[in-house]
Write a protein of this length. Structure first.
Length: 164
């Protein structure tokens, strides 16, 4: 089941670019937000059978928080909240922004990233040319041995989620 990933209403170019790049990792369709309200996002998600709506907020032109909303036929709730620190977008790492990644393997110790990927029940392959793995102070995506990005760090905004 696809998920939605969108941004705050008037995102900076850097946030919009990062959101599009992150959409594949979360098995999500990137939705241009524009003037769409939360209730309209929920209504559209219900209509299309989308379970998770992910919103990236920003501060000073950079991603600040990733908010996860769980939607079903009758109700919706804010599920999780993560802080995001974006180090580099794909374009800032490799000069390319148009790399399409269909599958990846996961080799990271980032608990927040592992937690969110597990919730979305994604098919993560054991062997893939694309690997999500740790850097010194972030997580990034590599093609074979070359970093292609984006490089970012997720942390739990709510300490309760660490124990699940």
């Amino acid at each position: 089941m696809p998920n939605y990933l969108t941004t705050s209403r008037k995102p900076s170019t850097r946030v919009r670019t990062f959101a599009k790049q992150l959409a594949f990792l979360f098995g999500a369709n990137y939705i241009t937000r524009g003037k769409t309200s939360i209730s309209d996002l929920i209504a559209d998600a219900r209509y299309k059978g989308v379970e998770f709506v992910i919103i990236i907020t920003e501060k000073n032109g950079n991603p600040q928080q990733l908010l996860v909303m769980l939607v079903n036929e009758k109700t919706w709730e804010w599920r999780d909240s993560y802080f995001i620190k974006l180090l580099r977008t794909r374009a800032e790492i490799s000069g390319q922004d148009n790399v399409r990644i269909r599958s990846f393997s996961l080799k990271t110790e980032d608990l927040a990233l592992s937690h969110i990927l597990k919730q979305f029940d994604l098919n993560i392959e054991d062997k893939s040319d694309y690997v999500v793995k740790d850097l010194k102070n972030a997580t990034s995506i590599f093609f074979e041995k070359k970093e292609i990005g984006p490089a970012f760090k997720l942390t739990f905004a709510n300490e309760n989620f660490k124990e699940e």
